[in-house]
Design a binder for this molecule. Sequence first.
Ligand code: AMP
Length: 220
Amino acid sequence: MRLVFLGPPGAGKGTQAERLCRDMNWAHVSTGDLLREAVAEASELGLKAVEFMKSGRLVPDDLVVSLVAERLKRDDCTEGFVLDGFPRTVVQAEMLEETLDTLDIRLDRVLYFATDREVIITRLSGRRICRDCGANYHVTNIPPKVEGVCDRCGGELYQRDDDRPETVQKRLVVYEEQTAPLIRFYEERGLLKELSGNLEVEEGQAAIRTALGVPAEREP
Ligand code: AMP
């Protein structure tokens, strides 16, 4: 299946996409993760993106679209993929349609995670990320076994700069102005399915699978 996960920051898109893709053998394509890797490597793209990211603004469309277009050509996308955090503007969505056309593939569904503001704020303020493998945790909702250490790879957990309160406010404004119009965009194409982004991880995963008609998780 080829899917887009759409919703505000803190809707749980990354956590759910990662879990779904690991189990289904689909590629989890997170533009935020790809951009953070580019910044960590100080690549040409990373250097162009870093200031936008730090301030909670969007990285220019052409940079992000070419990143995704390259990523979708990799073999691990053949079985299916989830685009997480992309597209984020109508221009990106239109460019994605063109890219998929050239690859002769289509999106099957866009899941929109409607999420309350209090839930978003709580999730983002407690979110922690592994510096090495990018795994997501939350200080109370999804705590690691050992504080500050990734369960999966032993890497150090850190708080993203853009999860600090000042930047979160900016990201939410950017979401409303530039990304929320995609709800209508995909509704008009008959692809949109709305789910609650307020659910706990297990419950949310089950709701996604029911919506997609895929079997329950083998190894939660
Ligand atoms: P995320 O991890 O999805 O919250 O993304 C973190 C930051 O990366 C965003 O605040 C943007 O600065 C940048 N970013 C991620 N995805 C995109 C995108 N599709 N378009 C533009 N900027 C993006």
